[in-house]
Design a protein around this ligand. Structure first.
Ligand code: NAD
Ligand code: TYD
Length: 331
């Protein structure tokens, strides 16, 4: 199989490419990525010389570049997105251009090239917040942030292309991922690296907001399962079954690093902050997929990775990230 992965220089995409090349010796992967602030070829350093892997620097909104990259492709997996809620609150335009318009450009090319599978990587955030119980794939979309609204817009386009043109699409909606190579704007890598640098951990609002956490390679295995065994036209929730509030996450990180709770700094809440995400993953589990890591194993592996890979995050934190952090937190 020859797979076009878009956004493969980001967090989940790079972990996915590594998994595919390890698991399937006869597969080829083309990685098309714009290399935004979040795209980082350091994420793929260990596989860049693999002859089954190639890289194209391009925007998924660039129809010409996308058309060229899609030639001879069997399956497209679209990870490319603006992915950070706080940045979407600061400015939604890039989110609409990439997550909605970029998805449309990919769908058009996939239709023209008659690709065998188009997988859209979406998020549980499209359902919005839920006080009790869990969302199934049949639930309506009620996104709260410009990020989740853009992702929902992308999902709607994908569903329309399946219904209208018979494009063989599948959507995955995963919960919050954590693990190696995550850009340090997200809570896990931000709090781990801040603690290692002796900086405060900015906890929003009450700290009681709940997310379901999945170790990144478990999500990648779920996507691989869906790619090979998922039902065309289907939607699959992929979650870890680890619902924790942010204060608990923060405590676990500090404990793993042997640091004290006085490193926590309470900061004003995120605008429109969803209180709780929760998804029912029976459909994905019925395909034979199940997460391989317990939450505790995932936390240990994640903390250890950032402790042992300062070369990776120190470069990022002294670059573009420093400006973002100053604007966000005033320091
Ligand atoms: P990320 O921000 O780490 O990486 C995004 C990648 O997409 C980067 O390499 C970036 O350069 C690239 N990109 C952005 N705009 C592009 C464009 N216009 N053209 C080409 N490439 C572009 O994101 P991530 O955390 O790896 O998330 C990957 C996907 O998974 C996203 O679609 C996101 O919505 C979804 N998702 C993420 C999580 C999570 O917890 N991280 C959870 C559920 C779903
Ligand atoms: P984040 O990692 O940004 O993922 P998402 O918003 O997509 O769920 O945030 C996870 C949770 O952590 C969310 O409830 C917001 C909270 N949070 C903080 O309290 N402080 C921070 O500095 C960040 C980045 C997030």
């Amino acid at each position: 199989m020859k797979i076009l992965v878009t956004g493969g220089a980001g967090f989940i995409g790079s972990n996915f490419i590594r998994l595919i090349l390890e698991k399937y010796p006869d597969y080829e992967v083309v990685n098309l990525d714009k290399l935004t602030y979040a795209g980082n070829l350091d994420n793929l350093k260990d596989i860049e010389s693999d002859e089954r892997y190639s890289f194209v620097k391009a925007d998924i909104g660039d129809a010409g570049a996308v058309d060229k990259a899609m030639s001879g492709i069997d399956a497209v997996i679209n990870f490319a997105a603006e992915s950070h809620v706080d940045r979407s609150i600061g400015g939604p335009a890039d989110f609409i251009m990439t997550d909605v318009f970029g998805t449309y450009v990919l769908l058009e090319a996939a239709r023209r090239h008659e690709v065998g599978r188009y997988i859209q990587i979406s998020t549980d955030e499209v359902y919005g917040s839920i006080a009790e119980g869990s969302f199934t794939e049949a639930d309506r979309l009620e996104p709260s942030s410009p990020y989740s609204a853009s992702k929902a817009g992308g999902d709607m386009q994908v569903m329309a292309y399946h219904t209208t043109y018979g494009l063989p699409t599948i959507i995955t909606r995963s919960s919050n991922n954590f693990g190696p190579y995550q850009y340090p704007e997200k809570i896990f890598p931000l709090f781990i690296t801040n603690a290692l640098e002796g900086k405060k951990l900015p906890l929003y609002g009450s700290g009681k907001n709940v997310r379901d956490w999945i170790y990144v390679t478990d999500n990648c295995e779920g996507i691989d399962t869906v790619l090979h065994r998922g039902e065309i036209g289907g939607i699959y929730n992929i979650g870890g079954g680890n619902e924790r509030d942010n204060l608990t996450i923060t405590g676990l990180i500090l404990e793993a690093l042997g640091k004290r709770e006085d490193m926590i700094e309470r900061v004003p809440d995120r605008l429109g902050h969803d209180f709780r995400y929760s998804i029912d993953c029976s459909r994905a589990r019925a395909l034979g997929w199940t997460p391989a890591h317990t939450f505790e194993e995932g936390v240990r592996a994640t903390v250890d990775w950032y402790v042992n890979n300062r070369w990776w995050w120190e470069k990022i934190k002294s670059g573009e990230f420093a400006r973002y952090y100053r604007e966000q937190y005033g320091k």
